[in-house]
Design a protein around this ligand. Sequence first.
Ligand code: ADP
Ligand code: MG
Length: 289
Amino acid sequence: MSTPRTTTKATTGTSRTAVAVPPTTAPATMAQASLYQQLRSHLATLKLLDAAEHLPAVLDAAVAEGLSITAALERLLGIEVDATQARRLASRLRFACLPSPATLEDFDYDAQPDVDPRLIADLASCRYLESATNVLMIGAPGVGKTHLAVGLARKAAEAGYRTYVTTAADLAARCHRAAIEGRWATTMRFYAGPTLLVVDELGYLPLPAEGASALFQVIAQRYTKTSTILTTNRPITSWGEVLGDTTVAAALLDRLLHRSVVIDIGGDSYRLRDHQARTHTLRAAATHV
Ligand code: ADP
Ligand code: MG
């Protein structure tokens, strides 16, 4: 933290030596010094710590640039507002538990023609969150489902929405623990809270019956209120198998698809692309010798 400057001889008020000093707001009298300290203390009491820290610099700039009181106050509080927003964003991103740094900006649409860039741009605006629309992404492993879901979650957190990313297996395990430890209601409230919940990887691991039921309850309580993005490698026709119960599967799909966008990605795995290209080159080379 900066401290007020009190070193300039010419500003002590008692010196008779005329020394040329640049315009400054360093306190020239004891009364001014105490006023300055009071202002800093007000800012600290109000927990406007960034404003308090930048007070000397803003006061100096106000004199140097001839700012009006309104402009100087706006600059000082603007610093506090920027810092507060940055802190809130960092906290939302921490809460979101994004599993990777993937962003929508680094998604390669040419590699995945099944993904419509206009649809993703529309989702990136977060408008779908206002209407509690769900997004279901279906596709084989490696086609970019998690990448897109994480990119959308990041956009939502950046836009100020409470966002949380989990996997179907983690959700089931957490609900299982909650049931054993008598925290079921609290855990259900936790999953109801975020404006956007991402449930990744439904279908990779078989869900036990109580896991399927927990997922159903989470989706059901969010239904029509808040948005869920769900990703899966299994076509919806086999969800009865995935969830171990066709009735639960039908009820879950009914809620999920009631108001939804379905992104069916049929392309090749992005992970295996390089591998496939290398194999192809090697094979081509081998057949030419
Ligand atoms: P899925 O969840 O469908 O199994 P991922 O989203 O995990 O696939 O993608 C696998 C890897 O490939 C990730 O590192 C992801 O960032 C990358 N990837 C997938 N598709 C694309 C794409 N179209 N553009 C850029 N990177 C991609
Ligand atoms: Mg994935």
